[in-house]
Design a protein around this ligand. Structure first.
Ligand code: GL2
Length: 798
């Protein structure tokens, strides 16, 4: 373990001081949450020192700053992360225990800030941590949602959504910045004055900043995550109040707050609503003003912008940032249009995170011009210029009554990147083929990564300890050093230690599921885990069909030497995504029947853990034996969960999709359970008439599993509960569940076989760890700094 940097007695004093003077609590009467807040304040003090030093160093160096604009930052809990990065773990634990409290109780008391839906938001959080670790001066910009992603529970197997309320508790990590406010306009009209366009908005709201420092590994650098909250320009109408209309008096404030009230619970599906576009413009425009304010405080010449500012648009949600910057440069600062366009393009970059057509944002031009009339004119002007320069161009930003945000982002960006090698390649041949032909240098690849501080050191202390004892602690800041574990993976004694770590993590998980959910798991079974958003392309239904087929086969041949398995699911479905909600219910129904079957339940259990979030991921991943990454090839842009599992010693069963491809290349084909059609084959298969019916008819196991569902085995008295799923699987099956089933079954039996030979399995798991170093988000961010931002590290200068 890395050594703490601070004497324990100082730290203890700091906690007591905050408990008394910041929180006003007598230690004799303090509650767990008071202690947690006091500890957080003591930790925060250390961060603030580093934060200010980093900001000063950035000004001193006149360095280029990176601005990461993202609708989501799925940060989860921050206390442990901050303690780990400041290397205060031992001091904190000793101090907490000296007060008679349990370390883990305190850490888990913190609410999990769910300001994101899934991988895209979690990636943004990992990037913020890596940017700080690498000493790259950067700001994250997003929205301070009052309600993050909904809380999920199950009622009779069905998903029930409840609002999430992380801000009901004091959030120690943020600093309110009432002085950093911008007034933003919406709607209205565009007038012409002296031959120039002037936007005269009709409605106004204010964006108020809240800053959270993000500290990197060893506390060497800290950046800022700045989240915007909606406020009314005139929050209170005294005249209306005095006239007795109390509700109307506060109406403006209620409306303005709506903007930052809820995170859209959509994931890779279109949420084409006025509020969503309002949110997008709200945080993008506030961020652009803040960026320009900071730039203009130091520089007089706007032409320097591309040398001092790199803006990364995390997907198209912040895409209006680009025309907004252009508008301000041209309309408000008076630069010629072409120059404003060139400067904008010099600053802005765009990451594409999905090729799913329904997830590529587009807005009705009516709605768009209603909210942002001047921006639509600017988009038209860019389109017209492009059409002139490239007469054979086919994809305009405004087309068939829609404003298409992917096209817009591409046109206005310096670099456009995909998130895995396969995905980037597909971008070039599918959605952006036309643009790629015109601008062949614009698309680059930056394969995703995950921060090893949270996703190994923090969440899996036993494995982290074993690694550090074996190869030193350099891996924490330089994950490729994990390669040095390779020789250990040939040492039987070391492999035993490695296996003991996994067994202890599994035992912890079993204790927890028993305590929290009343579910007893067989700790000797293979823990087979699929945790992610529920989506047809991610194919949780393929997994549960395999469970049904396996259960049927176990019942038929109970004497066979079955490898015991626990199938664990976790994940939320978008509230309006009914097919995904059917899948959740099916899994729960199947679980109830299988778990109650005394003939098989020592060998097969199915568990769906509710309310999957970052904290649950941190609990499950270290205890997993097998990582399910089974999306239809060509549909998962990258995945990042896949990397976390491999890094924590869970080999993958997966398709050649997203970053699975690169994981397999690195860990070795023999340490990865591959199955399924390739992206190309999948495309071809869809063109085969009746491919679904044929695949089902050709596979008795699949037929049997579907028949059990159809006949009501899992929904007694209501056989058509899953008619929709059955119909889909046997007829349309766009996501090729039926076509991939037989090969998935085969690969799962290979898994069974491999797990039965435990020392070989352990070796495979250890090699997954040793060869996953490349999937650090530090490597990804270095790539962005070099290929996209041209940004420098200031490490050592703060
Ligand atoms: C996603 C992709 O689906 C996922 O494959 C990828 O790993 C992440 C991060 O790049 O982005 N795109 C998307 O819209 N969401 C994702 O998780 N929500």
């Amino acid at each position: 373990m890395a050594k703490d940097e601070m004497p324990q007695s100082d730290f203890r004093d700091a906690i007591l001081r905050h408990l008394t003077y910041t929180l006003g609590k007598d230690p004799d009467h303090a509650q767990l949450s008071d202690w947690r807040l006091a500890l957080s304040h003591a930790v925060r003090d250390r961060i603030v020192d580093r934060w200010m030093a980093s900001t000063r160093a950035t000004y001193r160096a006149d360095a280029k700053r990176v601005y990461y604009l993202s609708m989501e930052f799925l940060i989860g809990r921050l206390l442990q992360d901050n303690i780990v990065n400041l290397r205060l773990a031992e001091a904190a634990q000793a101090a907490i225990e000296s007060f008679g409290l349990a370390n883990s109780d305190l850490l888990l008391d913190e609410p999990d800030a769910a300001l994101g839906n899934g991988g895209l938001g979690r990636l943004a959080a990992c990037f913020m941590e890596s940017l700080a670790t690498l000493g790259c001066p950067a700001y994250g910009y997003g929205i301070r949602y009052e309600h993050g992603l909904f809380r999920q529970s199950f009622a009779e197997g069905r998903q029930v959504e409840a609002p999430e309320d992380w801000l009901d508790h004091p959030f120690v990590w943020q600093f309110e910045r009432p002085e950093a406010r911008f007034t933003l306009g919406f709607g209205g009209r565009v007038a012409t004055r002296d031959g120039r366009a002037v936007w005269e908005p009709e409605n106004f709201v204010q964006a108020e900043a809240y800053d959270t420092p993000v500290i990197g590994w060893r506390g060497a650098w800290a950046n800022t995550l700045r989240l915007w909250a909606g406020r009314a320009v005139d929050p209170f109408d005294l005249d209306r109040f005095n006239a007795g209309d109390f509700t109307a008096a506060a109406e403006a404030e209620a409306l303005a707050r709506t903007i930052s009230r809820v995170l859209y619970p959509e994931d890779s599906t279109e949420a084409g609503k006025r509020l969503r576009l309002t949110q997008e413009y709200f945080f993008s425009a506030a961020s652009i003003r803040d960026i320009l304010r900071r730039f203009e405080a130091e520089h007089a010449d706007l032409r320097l912008l591309p040398r001092k500012v790199a803006i990364q648009m995390n997907d198209t949600h912040p895409a209006v940032a680009a025309p907004e910057l252009l508008r301000i440069l041209h309309d408000e600062r008076g630069l010629p249009f072409d120059e404003a366009l060139a400067i904008t393009r010099g600053c802005v970059n765009y990451t594409n995170h999905t090729l799913l057509p329904e997830a590529l944002e587009s807005w009705d031009e009516g709605l768009f011009s209603d909210l942002l009339p001047r921006h639509l004119q600017i988009i038209d002007r860019i389109d017209a210029a492009d059409a002139k320069a490239h007469p054979d161009r086919r994809n305009a930003a405004r087309d068939h009554g829609k404003v298409r945000m992917g096209e817009l982002s591409f046109i206005l960006s310096n670099r456009v990147n995909g998130v895995s090698a396969l995905h980037t390649g597909l971008m070039k041949t599918t959605v952006f083929a036309d643009q790629h032909r015109i601008w062949p240098d614009r698309i680059v690849n930056e394969t995703n990564g995950v921060t090893p501080r949270r996703w190994l050191l923090g969440c899996n202390p036993r494995l982290a300890d074993l690694i550090t004892r074996s190869i030193g602690d350099g891996w924490i800041g330089d994950l490729e050093q994990l390669q040095a574990l390779e020789p250990h993976a040939a040492d039987a004694g070391w492999l035993q230690d490695f296996a003991a770590v996994k067994a202890a993590n599994k035992a912890d998980l079993c204790d927890w599921t028993t305590r929290e959910h009343g579910v007893m798991l067989n700790p000797d079974a293979l823990f087979d885990v699929q945790i992610k958003r529920i989506h047809e392309y991610k194919r949780q239904h393929l997994n549960i069909l395999e469970a049904v087929a396996l259960w049927q086969e176990m019942r038929e041949t109970p004497s066979a030497d079955w490898t015991a398995r626990v199938k664990i699911f976790g994940g939320k479905a978008a509230p309006g995504y009914f097919f995904a909600k059917d899948i959740i219910r099916l899994i729960n129904d199947v679980a109830a029947v299988i778990n109650a079957d005394a003939a098989t339940n020592e060998k097969l259990q199915v568990v769906y853990l509710p309310n999957y979030n970052v904290t649950l991921a941190e609990r499950l991943i270290p205890a997993a034996d097998l990582s399910e990454q089974i999306s239809t090839a060509g549909k998962e842009a990258s995945g990042t969960g896949n990397m976390k599992f491999a890094l924590n010693g869970a080999p993958t069963i997966g398709t050649l999709d997203g970053a699975n491809v690169e994981i397999r290349e690195r860990v070795g084909a023999e340490n990865f359970f591959l199955f399924g059609l390739t992206a190309e084959e999948a495309e071809a298969r869809r063109a085969v008439p009746d491919h679904a019916a044929r695949a089902v008819a050709g596979d008795p196991r699949l037929t049997g599993a579907i028949e059990a569902i159809r006949s009501g085995t899992f929904s007694p008295g209501e056989p058509d509960r899953y008619a929709n799923i059955v119909e889909n699987l046997t007829r349309a099956d766009y996501f090729l569940v039926a076509s991939d089933f037989a090969d998935y079954w085969r690969a799962q039996r290979e898994v069974d076989f491999a797990y039965a030979s435990r020392s070989d399995w352990t070796r495979m798991a250890a090699l997954n760890v040793a060869r996953s170093g490349w999937f650090s988000s530090d490597r990804t961010i270095r790539g962005y700094m070099q290929d996209i931002w041209n940004a420098q590290s200031l490490l050592g200068q703060a």
